[in-house]
Design a protein around this ligand. Sequence first.
Ligand SMILES: [Zn+2]
Ligand SMILES: [Zn+2]
Length: 159
Amino acid sequence: MTYSDTCRVCGREPVAWDQRTFEDVLLCEDHEVLCSEAARESMGRPIHETVFGTWQGTDRYDDDGREFVVCSRDRGHTSTHGVGTLCRWCFANHVERIRGHRDEVLGSCDIDPQDVRYLPELRRRRTLIERAYEQRIITGEEGVRVMERLVAPLRGRSA
Ligand SMILES: [Zn+2]
Ligand SMILES: [Zn+2]
Protein backbone atom coordinates (compact mmCIF):
# COMPACT_ATOMS: atom_id res chain seq x y z
CA MET A 1 0.00 0.00 0.00
CA THR A 2 1.32 3.43 -0.86
CA TYR A 3 1.46 6.23 1.64
CA SER A 4 -1.20 8.85 1.19
CA ASP A 5 -2.25 11.93 3.14
CA THR A 6 -5.83 12.01 1.88
CA CYS A 7 -9.03 10.18 2.85
CA ARG A 8 -8.53 6.44 2.32
CA VAL A 9 -12.02 6.10 0.90
CA CYS A 10 -12.46 9.09 -1.42
CA GLY A 11 -9.20 11.05 -1.53
CA ARG A 12 -10.64 14.21 -0.02
CA GLU A 13 -9.06 16.26 2.75
CA PRO A 14 -8.84 14.22 5.99
CA VAL A 15 -10.07 15.46 9.37
CA ALA A 16 -7.50 16.69 11.89
CA TRP A 17 -5.61 13.99 13.80
CA ASP A 18 -7.48 14.60 17.07
CA GLN A 19 -10.81 13.84 15.36
CA ARG A 20 -9.66 10.53 13.92
CA THR A 21 -10.63 7.13 15.27
CA PHE A 22 -7.04 6.08 14.54
CA GLU A 23 -4.40 8.68 13.92
CA ASP A 24 -2.91 6.75 11.00
CA VAL A 25 -6.25 5.90 9.34
CA LEU A 26 -6.99 9.09 7.42
CA LEU A 27 -10.61 9.83 6.55
CA CYS A 28 -12.54 12.89 5.40
CA GLU A 29 -15.34 14.19 7.61
CA ASP A 30 -18.10 12.12 5.94
CA HIS A 31 -16.16 8.88 6.04
CA GLU A 32 -14.77 9.41 9.52
CA VAL A 33 -18.35 9.80 10.79
CA LEU A 34 -19.57 6.84 8.73
CA CYS A 35 -16.85 4.44 9.93
CA SER A 36 -16.64 5.58 13.55
CA GLU A 37 -20.42 5.37 13.95
CA ALA A 38 -20.43 1.86 12.51
CA ALA A 39 -17.72 0.89 14.98
CA ARG A 40 -19.49 2.53 17.91
CA GLU A 41 -22.80 0.85 17.04
CA SER A 42 -21.13 -2.54 17.00
CA MET A 43 -19.78 -2.23 20.52
CA GLY A 44 -21.53 -4.58 22.93
CA ARG A 45 -23.02 -6.68 20.15
CA PRO A 46 -22.26 -10.41 19.92
CA ILE A 47 -19.03 -10.93 18.04
CA HIS A 48 -20.66 -12.81 15.13
CA GLU A 49 -22.95 -9.82 14.47
CA THR A 50 -20.19 -7.30 13.94
CA VAL A 51 -17.13 -6.86 11.77
CA PHE A 52 -15.30 -5.02 14.55
CA GLY A 53 -13.22 -6.78 17.17
CA THR A 54 -11.87 -5.37 20.41
CA TRP A 55 -8.49 -5.91 22.01
CA GLN A 56 -8.17 -8.61 24.63
CA GLY A 57 -5.31 -8.99 27.08
CA THR A 58 -2.76 -11.81 26.82
CA ASP A 59 -0.88 -11.30 30.11
CA ARG A 60 2.31 -10.87 28.12
CA TYR A 61 4.12 -7.54 28.11
CA ASP A 62 6.72 -5.78 25.99
CA ASP A 63 9.90 -4.20 27.35
CA ASP A 64 8.05 -0.96 28.08
CA GLY A 65 5.44 -2.78 30.15
CA ARG A 66 2.68 -2.49 27.53
CA GLU A 67 0.47 -5.53 27.34
CA PHE A 68 0.29 -7.48 24.10
CA VAL A 69 -3.32 -7.73 22.97
CA VAL A 70 -5.13 -9.86 20.38
CA CYS A 71 -8.31 -9.03 18.51
CA SER A 72 -11.53 -10.74 19.65
CA ARG A 73 -12.47 -11.44 16.03
CA ASP A 74 -9.17 -12.31 14.38
CA ARG A 75 -6.25 -13.81 16.30
CA GLY A 76 -3.98 -12.54 13.52
CA HIS A 77 -4.58 -8.95 14.65
CA THR A 78 -2.14 -8.08 17.42
CA SER A 79 -1.03 -4.86 19.03
CA THR A 80 -0.29 -3.10 22.29
CA HIS A 81 -3.36 -0.85 22.14
CA GLY A 82 -5.57 -0.58 25.26
CA VAL A 83 -7.51 -3.68 26.31
CA GLY A 84 -11.21 -3.42 25.49
CA THR A 85 -10.75 -0.78 22.78
CA LEU A 86 -11.53 -1.10 19.09
CA CYS A 87 -9.18 -3.23 16.95
CA ARG A 88 -7.31 -0.98 14.56
CA TRP A 89 -7.06 -3.68 11.88
CA CYS A 90 -10.77 -4.50 11.90
CA PHE A 91 -11.43 -0.78 11.56
CA ALA A 92 -8.95 -0.44 8.68
CA ASN A 93 -10.54 -3.49 6.98
CA HIS A 94 -13.94 -1.87 7.27
CA VAL A 95 -12.56 1.29 5.68
CA GLU A 96 -11.24 -0.85 2.80
CA ARG A 97 -14.67 -2.45 2.34
CA ILE A 98 -16.29 1.00 2.15
CA ARG A 99 -13.68 2.02 -0.39
CA GLY A 100 -14.31 -1.13 -2.45
CA HIS A 101 -18.06 -0.55 -2.36
CA ARG A 102 -17.57 3.06 -3.41
CA ASP A 103 -15.40 1.98 -6.34
CA GLU A 104 -18.12 -0.45 -7.42
CA VAL A 105 -20.85 2.19 -7.22
CA LEU A 106 -18.85 4.80 -9.14
CA GLY A 107 -17.05 2.45 -11.52
CA SER A 108 -17.67 1.97 -15.21
CA CYS A 109 -20.12 -0.63 -16.50
CA ASP A 110 -18.68 -3.52 -18.48
CA ILE A 111 -21.97 -4.43 -20.20
CA ASP A 112 -22.32 -3.16 -23.75
CA PRO A 113 -25.00 -0.41 -23.99
CA GLN A 114 -26.55 -2.36 -26.92
CA ASP A 115 -26.97 -5.40 -24.70
CA VAL A 116 -30.49 -6.10 -23.33
CA ARG A 117 -28.94 -6.42 -19.87
CA TYR A 118 -27.76 -2.81 -19.91
CA LEU A 119 -31.04 -1.23 -18.77
CA PRO A 120 -31.62 -3.61 -15.85
CA GLU A 121 -27.99 -3.02 -14.84
CA LEU A 122 -28.60 0.72 -14.99
CA ARG A 123 -31.59 0.36 -12.66
CA ARG A 124 -29.56 -1.79 -10.28
CA ARG A 125 -26.79 0.79 -10.31
CA ARG A 126 -29.23 3.60 -9.69
CA THR A 127 -30.42 1.85 -6.51
CA LEU A 128 -26.81 1.33 -5.42
CA ILE A 129 -26.06 5.01 -6.05
CA GLU A 130 -29.09 6.17 -4.07
CA ARG A 131 -28.20 3.95 -1.11
CA ALA A 132 -24.54 4.98 -1.22
CA TYR A 133 -25.59 8.62 -1.28
CA GLU A 134 -27.90 8.16 1.72
CA GLN A 135 -25.02 6.53 3.59
CA ARG A 136 -22.71 9.36 2.47
CA ILE A 137 -20.33 6.91 0.83
CA ILE A 138 -20.57 9.09 -2.28
CA THR A 139 -21.64 12.71 -2.72
CA GLY A 140 -24.75 13.70 -4.66
CA GLU A 141 -22.53 15.25 -7.29
CA GLU A 142 -20.56 12.02 -7.74
CA GLY A 143 -23.80 10.07 -8.05
CA VAL A 144 -25.19 12.39 -10.72
CA ARG A 145 -21.91 12.34 -12.65
CA VAL A 146 -21.71 8.53 -12.83
CA MET A 147 -25.40 8.23 -13.76
CA GLU A 148 -24.96 10.75 -16.57
CA ARG A 149 -21.96 8.83 -17.83
CA LEU A 150 -23.91 5.55 -17.84
CA VAL A 151 -26.96 7.04 -19.53
CA ALA A 152 -24.98 8.95 -22.19
CA PRO A 153 -24.57 5.98 -24.62
CA LEU A 154 -28.34 5.41 -24.57
CA ARG A 155 -29.04 9.04 -25.40
CA GLY A 156 -26.53 8.83 -28.23
CA ARG A 157 -28.35 5.85 -29.72
CA SER A 158 -31.83 7.37 -29.60
CA ALA A 159 -30.69 10.67 -31.09
ZN1 LIG B 1 -13.69 10.37 2.26
ZN1 LIG C 1 -9.36 -7.13 14.53
